[in-house]
Structures are given as C-alpha cells and as structure tokens.
Ligand binder design. Structure first.
Ligand SMILES: [Ca+2]
Ligand SMILES: [Ca+2]
Length: 275
C-alpha cells in the first residue's frame, strides 16, 4: 500500500512538472506571435520615412509612379509624368537643307514622357518677363508666359538681331526640373547660341547655373556649349534641368537659320518652390 502511494505521488509530481513545462513552452511560443503586430506598428512609420527619403526601390500604384531619386539626390520622391499641352503642328516632315554643326537628328516620333516630382507645375505661367530688347519688333514680352503656344501671327514675339535674352522672374527660388521652349514653329528653323541659365539674382552674379548651351564656339561668351542644336517643332524643346535651384531664368539666342532675329512663342518652367 505504501509503495502504491509513492507511485501515485511520483506520477502526480511528474504530471505537475510536465504541465508546468508545457505552459512555459506555450508562453515562449506566444511571445513572438504577440510581438509581431508590435513590430509591424513600429515598422510602419519607419517605412513612411524610408519612402520620403531613400530606399532604392521603385513601386507602382494606380496612376502613380514612385521611384527612388537618382544617387546624389537626398529625397526618394514620387515622380509623376509632366502634363505638357502641345500646340497645333504647322509643318510636317523633316527638313534636310539646314546646315548647322552639331545638329540633333529629329526623333521621328513623339517625345517620351518626362517624369518630375509630384507637385511640379509650370511656375513661369503669367510671370513677368524682361529682355535685353525691352521693345520687341513684334508682340509683347508678356506673350512669352501667357500660355498661348500656337505658331500663328499674333502669337510670337520678335526681338532684334544679335545676342538677345529674355528673363523670367519666378518670384521665389524654385527647384527647376524641366523647361519647355517654343521659339518659333511655323517653319523649320534652328536658333543659334541658345543658352539657358538659372540664377538667384536678376544680374546673374549669384549661383549661376547653365542648364542648356549649344554655343559650341563660345561666340556668345557664356562658355563652350556641349548641347546639340535642334530644329524647332510644335513639340517645343524640353530641357532636363535636373532640379537646379534659382529664381531667375534667362534664355539667350543669336538669330536663327532663316534670319538674324530672335523669337519666342512660349517658355514653360516646370518646378516647385524651395521649402
Ligand atoms: Ca505665348
Ligand atoms: Ca556660337
């Protein structure tokens, strides 16, 4: 009888120990499961920061494209396609008789979409324009930022001969991602010494940056340009400005292949105000 009690006691102790072990093991197993939601909650804001900075990833959402900014840019920003409205074409086909050095071959198809950070818009629209030729031969300087891009009579400004510039005051410093420029697109012409610069001041002394220059012989004195000359079309010329910062934009030219005069139909500057 005593032996039997001892056995029972031994079995009881074993059972208690076993249950205790199982409980402890369950608690250990539960711990990671309980932690998972906490980790996710903690991770969510971190992902938000990553999206706002740099993750090296490209993701797509309906109607939107999120792309990591190129190396050297601090922000991983959401890029969207620029909505550039084009005017009616006034001529079709590729002119072959234009003798200009370093002339770009026409693409032969519509320009590919241009991506810029979300919120980028034409910040030149209706902004004040000044010029080295304050009294244009034809038209008014305000027509350069009035939104009318048609090639018809009454839609272009004609400035005098030799090197002339127009200058747009964006009224505040902006990150500039692209410019689209229509000099004249009623006929196929090429403008000489087309130079685009951005600066912090209207005298172009502070923080001057060149975003386009096709003056290959530096005859206009603003440095040797490496960009190619191009034939004007209704698409306008899109210049990738790579996010440069500045308040004032100057566009120079020195006549064209048809005559010595300088023309502008519209200049768009796609940017965002510097925060
Ligand atoms: Ca215009
Ligand atoms: Ca030149």
């Amino acid at each position: 009888m005593k032996q039997s009690w001892s056995k029972l006691l031994f079995v009881f102790v074993c059972t208690v120990l076993l249950m205790s072990c199982q409980k402890s093991s369950e608690q250990q197993n539960q711990q990671p499961a309980q932690q998972t939601p906490q980790r996710q909650q903690a991770a969510a804001p971190a992902q938000g920061i990553v999206q706002g900075q740099s993750s090296g990833q490209t993701t797509s959402q309906p109607g939107q494209t999120t792309t990591t900014a190129p190396a050297g840019q601090a922000a991983n920003v959401q890029l969207v396609q620029l909505d550039i409205k084009l005017p009616k074409p006034m001529f079709v086909g590729t002119p072959t008789n234009i003798a200009v050095l370093n002339l770009e071959k026409p693409l032969g198809k519509p320009r590919p979409p241009f991506l810029a950070p979300a919120g980028t818009r034409n910040v030149a629209f209706k902004k004040a324009v000044s010029s080295s030729d304050e009294q244009p031969v034809i038209g008014e300087l305000s027509m350069i930022t009035d939104g009318d891009k048609e090639a018809a009579e009454g839609s272009f400004v004609e400035l005098g001969p030799k090197l002339q510039y127009v200058m747009i005051d964006l009224k505040a410093r902006h990150n500039i991602y692209a410019l689209v420029v229509w000099h004249y697109h009623k006929q196929a012409v090429v403008y000489h010494d087309f130079i685009v610069q951005v600066a912090d001041d209207s005298d172009f002394i502070s923080n001057v940056q060149t975003v386009f220059n096709n003056d290959i012989d530096n005859s206009s004195g603003r440095g040797v340009g490496k960009d190619m000359s191009y034939v004007e079309t209704s698409e306008g010329k899109l210049i990738d400005a790579k996010g440069v910062q500045g308040r004032y934009v100057r566009l120079y030219s020195r006549g064209n292949t048809a005559n010595e005069l300088n023309h502008y139909i519209e200049v768009e500057v796609y940017g965002r105000a510097v925060q």
